[in-house]
Structure formats: structure tokens, C-alpha cells
Design a binder for this molecule. Structure first.
Ligand code: HC0
Length: 574
């Protein structure tokens, strides 16, 4: 520890930390914008300036290291003026569509303007450019709202290990974009949307399909099926003021019905189905001798990363479509038949915590008998927006059930959205199917929690089976590099986002970007909500789900049958 003096008061600060962290720990809330601890420490926005005795100019607190006896002044007239001017300069070139901007209620620049007392009118306004919008099926960038904080660049490069953004041109002309200002769809972007979560303004947003979904809901000729991902049940409540991680499964079913969807399901049913297919695939590959390790394929960001950066592992990917795609495929075949509908009259909408799911739905591989499995994907935020538009207040709704038969799910399906959940669900079923341990162990806590890479060995079919879990693509890289160096695993789960789907790029924007530990804590709370759902269920193994058994009996035959392969499996090429 060192002693520093903040506004003449002695404060103990950790050695090696910066003045911003020390001030915040000491109770002084210094505003910041570009700073993301451990990720973005360029000190470029100048919003966190302070006066430090003995230095001539104001200093950016986020990059100034503490030292014994350092004397800092946090809100002198000079400091207040400089901060206000820094924010006014940002505002002066910022697109002023604030009232209609998607981030209107959650824009950090707006909040910062209030905090530092900035006013638009003080400086002549010269938006840097006309609204310049670059779209693809998953993420939209509006250059006119970019304030060049470079947080997108930092999370993409330093957190995810991908690095598609870079500053281009100089000075006033600078833009943060992929090289040559290419569209994200044309570069090695994995569509995870972590940059969207990191963006303080409305410069980066998901590609919205809200209007398209309203249109099909309003069309009486369409039967609109909605499936909500496991993560939505523990996160959409945040958009309506509920504590992070509150499970709102029943209210979500009620809300979707009131919005006008014709059939209301959760993706969880198909998560159970995925476990049936993927576990059989694993057992088959173990018997056959490979290709091993089998690597999970339900995170589309991970699939894209594999294709761009690790094509040597394409044959290791599970051929199972993701639960979202399996659900869509089954809806347009089995369920359409049950309802006596032409599948062309059916529209499947997924509500996902993920921007990459939009990309996945648009992939040409994700079709069954010529029709896309999923037609539109909405993020958690978009669904919340639709509910607000319809005046539906989630908290005030009764708890209802999802429709049947595709609305029934085990606890194993609920935990899919937390890192390690797919592995835990698969191990529950694999052990039961091979060792007959129906009443044996259910909880595999070695796969839970926030460690970047988790490992365990289980005994299966008289062999030691080595299992690995990685979340966040940087951790995935570390694990894949170990495989490349010759380490042997049998089964690996990879999720592109830290924490798994609960931390997806389509989730509510919560917390404080300058406090990564808070973001992680929110992801942990959402996961805790899922584990509590699992614990509260009698049905906790996927293969025991009677609705899954029914689908096999009535339609698919058996796991990995010809029909199951036709509908529920796919393949990838580099
Ligand atoms: Fe996930 Fe999924 S658990 S990827 O994280 O497997 O997005 O929530 O819906 O498909 O079920 C996301 C979440 C899903 C799928 C499921 C899987």
C-alpha cells in the first residue's frame, strides 16, 4: 500500500494501481468514458482528468500511477472546466438523434453530460458525418454516433482475442472500424456482440428485426412460433427493474402470448433434444475412435471463430445443430404436421441473448427441406422493447406455462446458458445411459463458476473420459492451443462469451463498464438463477424428458437416426 492525498485527505491505495481506481476506492467518483480496467487504458477521452501537484498539465487519472505522497485534486475549477469541455467537444460532433436513439435511456455519453454539467449549446455543432450506417444480419454500426473511445476495439482484441477493429485515418477524420472500413460480415468478426455491450452510445447495436416480427404477428396467414432461449428467463426481468438473475419463466410465457405469438415455447426443450443427439454422437465417436475431442457446436460465435482461426478443428465440431436451430427445424416439420400446417405458413422467431444467433439463423447450412429453420432472431433487449411498445409490463403478468408438447424442459436444459451447463447436462445423460446411474450424481460443480478453463475426468464405459470447458474466446484459444500441442480430451464445451450465454451480446446492458467485476457478478447472478431453476425441478436429466421421448417415438425414431440426421444435424466447411 501507499499513502496518497486526495483533496488533502490521506487515502491508502494499492501499489501499482492508477489514480482513477484509487480515487474511486477512496469514495471520489471520478467520471470516465474510455477506461475499461485491464482492457482499455489509453487515457484518450480526457474525461477523468485531475490535478496532480507538481505536474504542469492536468493528468488523465486512468493512466497516472499512484506513488507514495502523491497529492491529487479531483474537482478544482480547472478540472471541472476541462472535463466539461472534453464532453462538449464529444457532443459537438456527435449525431443528435438522442430521443430516437436505441440507447436513449442507457447512453453513457448522455449520463456523462449531466454529470459534468455539459450543454450542447456551448459549442457550435458540427456532426462529424451524416448518419452513416453499416448493416449486416447481426450488428449495425452508425459512424455518426461513434465517439472514438475505442472500447469496442479493446474488448474485441483484449477480451475476446479477435481484434477486428482498428483506428483508421487521423485526427478529426479518425474512425474505428475493420481495416479498409470493411463490413463486419466481410472480416473475421465472430458476431458475439461484446462490442455492442461495450459501446457507450448507440454507435454499435444489434441488427433489429422488431419491425419484421411485428409484421408477421399482424399477418393472419402466418402461424408465428416463438422460442425463448434459456438465458432470457433470468435476464429479461432486468429490463423491467427486477434484480439481476430473477427467473421470470412464467411471466415470459404470458408476455409472449400477449404480444400475439401463436405458439409460445422455450428453446430449453430443444436443449434436451440436443443432449440426446450430442451424447449419442460422443459415445459413438468414443467407440469408433474419433474424431476426438468432440467439441460443442451450439455457440455460433465459437463456430465462426473455429472457421476463421482454427479450421483444423472443423471435423471435431459436433454435427448437432444448436438447440435454437433444432427447435426451428422440428417446429417446421413435426409440429407443423401436428397442427396440419404447411411449414411455409409458419414463421419461427428466436429470442436469444446473442447477436451471433442472428448470424446463425442466416447461415445457408441452417435449413431443413429448403426452408430456414429460424426466420428471425430478436435479442433480449429487442423483446423488452416490443413489450414496452405493447404496454405489457412483465412484472404484472400471471405465471403461465409454455405450450405443449415442445414446451417441456428438464433442469439440465435450463443450465445450458451458463458456462459448463452443456457439459454438465451431457454428463448427466451420458452416465445414466452407459452406467445406468439414474439415481447417481446430478451436480457436477467442477464445470460451474467463472474459471476460464474447467476440466474434469469421468469414468464412462470403463474408460477415463477427459472433459474440458472454456468460455470467452480468449480462453477457448488457450484450450485449443493446448490441443494443438498434443493434449488429449474427449469432449469440450466452448462458449464464445464470458459466463456463457448469460453474458451474450444481446443481453440487457447493466452494470458499470469501468467495473468488470460487476459485469462478471451480474453474469454469475444470472447463472445462479438458472442453477436454482434446475435444483427446483424433478426432471433434471434430458433423456427423461417425456416430450423428448414422445418426439422420438412419433417422429424421429432414435437419436442419430436417418431422420434425426436429416433434420437436426449439419456440417461445416472452412
Ligand atoms: Fe444459448 Fe443455446 S444456451 S446457445 O447459450 O446450446 O444464445 O440462452 O439458446 O441454441 O438452448 C444462446 C442461451 C441458447 C442454443 C440453448 C445452446
Amino acid at each position: 500500500k501507499v499513502t496518497i492525498y486526495i483533496n488533502d485527505q490521506p487515502v491508502q491505495a494499492d501499489k501499482g494501481t492508477n489514480v482513477l481506481e484509487a480515487c474511486r476506492a477512496g469514495g471520489y467518483d471520478i467520471p470516465s468514458l474510455c477506461y475499461l480496467r485491464d482492457l482499455n487504458t489509453a487515457g484518450s477521452c480526457r474525461v477523468c482528468v485531475v490535478e496532480i501537484e507538481g505536474t504542469r498539465t492536468l493528468q488523465a487519472a486512468c493512466v497516472y500511477p499512484v506513488a507514495e505522497g502523491l497529492r491529487v485534486h479531483t474537482h478544482t475549477a480547472r478540472v471541472r472546466r476541462a472535463r466539461r469541455r472534453a464532453v462538449e467537444l464529444l457532443l459537438s460532433e456527435h449525431n443528435r438523434e438522442c430521443p430516437t436513439c436505441v440507447r436513449s435511456a442507457s447512453c453513457e455519453l448522455q449520463a456523462l453530460a449531466r454529470k459534468v454539467g455539459a450543454r450542447y449549446s456551448r459549442l457550435a455543432s458540427q456532426p462529424r458525418c451524416e448518419p452513416k450506417i453499416v448493416k449486416n444480419p447481426f450488428i449495425v454500426r452508425d459512424y455518426s454516433k461513434c465517439i472514438k473511445c475505442r472500447r469496442c476495439e479493446a474488448v474485441c482484441k483484449n477480451m475476446q482475442g479477435i481484434g477486428v477493429y482498428t483506428p483508421l485515418y487521423r485526427g478529426y477524420e479518425t474512425v474505428i472500424a475493420p481495416a479498409f472500413e470493411r463490413n463486419l460480415a466481410e472480416v473475421a468478426c465472430i458476431a458475439c456482440g461484446q462490442c455492442v455491450l461495450a459501446c457507450p452510445t448507440g454507435s454499435l447495436t444489434e441488427r433489429s428485426y422488431v419491425e419484421e416480427v411485428w409484421q408477421v404477428i399482424d399477418d393472419p396467414a402466418k402461424h408465428v412460433v416463438v422460442q425463448a432461449a434459456p438465458a432470457i428467463q433470468v435476464s429479461i426481468g432486468e429490463e423491467f427493474g427486477l434484480p439481476v438473475g430473477t427467473a421470470v419463466t412464467g411471466q415470459l410465457a404470458a408476455a409472449l402470448r400477449r404480444l400475439g405469438f401463436d405458439s409460445v415455447f422455450s428453446t430449453d426443450f430443444a436443449a434436451d433434444l440436443t443432449i440426446m443427439e450430442e451424447t449419442h454422437e460422443l459415445l459413438h465417436r468414443i467407440d469408433k475412435g474419433g474424431p476426438l475431442p468432440l467439441i460443442s457446436s451450439c455457440s455460433p460465435g465459437w463456430i465462426k471463430m473455429c472457421e476463421h482461426f482454427y479450421p483444423e478443428f472443423i471435423d471435431n465440431l459436433s454435427t448437432c445443430k444448436s438447440p435454437m436451430e433444432m427447435f426451428g427445424a422440428l417446429a417446421k416439420t413435426y409440429y407443423a404436421q401436428k397442427l396440419g400446417l404447411d411449414p411455409r405458413e409458419m414463421v419461427v422467431v428466436g429470442v436469444m441473448p446473442c447477436t451471433a444467433k442472428k448470424y446463425e439463423a442466416a447461415r445457408p447450412e441452417m435449413k431443413t427441406y429448403g426452408l430456414p429453420d429460424v426466420d428471425y432472431v430478436l435479442t433480449t433487449r429487442e423483446l423488452a422493447g416490443m413489450l414496452r411498445m405493447a404496454g405489457i409490463h412483465l412484472n404484472k403478468l400471471p405465471q403461465e406455462e409454455f405450450d405443449q408438447p415442445l414446451g417441456l424442459a428438464s433442469g439440465a436444459a435450463n443450465i445450458f446458458a451458463a458456462t459448463g451447463g452443456v457439459m454438465e447436462a451431457a454428463v448427466r445423460t451420458a452416465l445414466a445411459l452407459t452406467e445406468g446411474k439414474e439415481t447417481g450424481r446430478l451436480e457436477f460443480t467442477e464445470f460451474r463458476g467463472s474459471s476460464g478453463i474447467k476440466e474434469a475426468t469421468v469414468r464412462l464405459k470403463g474408460r477415463d473420459i477427459r472433459l474440458g470447458v472454456a468460455h470467452g474466446t480468449n480462453n477457448a484459444k488457450k484450450l485449443l492451443n493446448r490441443l494443438k500441442a498434443g493434449e488429449k480430451f474427449h469432449f469440450i464445451e466452448i462458449m464464445a462469451c464470458a459466463g456463457g450465454c448469460v453474458g451474450g451480446g444481446g443481453q440487457p446492458i447493466t452494470g458499470d463498464p469501468a467495473k468488470p467485476e460487476l459485469t462478471l457478478e451480474h453474469r454469475r447472478q444470472r447463472a445462479a438463477g438458472l442453477y436454482a431453476m434446475d435444483l427446483g425441478k424433478e426432471l433434471r436429466r434430458s433423456h427423461e424428458n417425456p416430450a423428448v421421448k414422445q418426439v422420438y417415438e412419433e417422429f424421429l425414431g432414435a437419436p442419430m437416426s436417418k431422420k434425426a440426421k436429416e433434420i437436426l444435424h449439419t456440417s461445416y466447411t472452412a
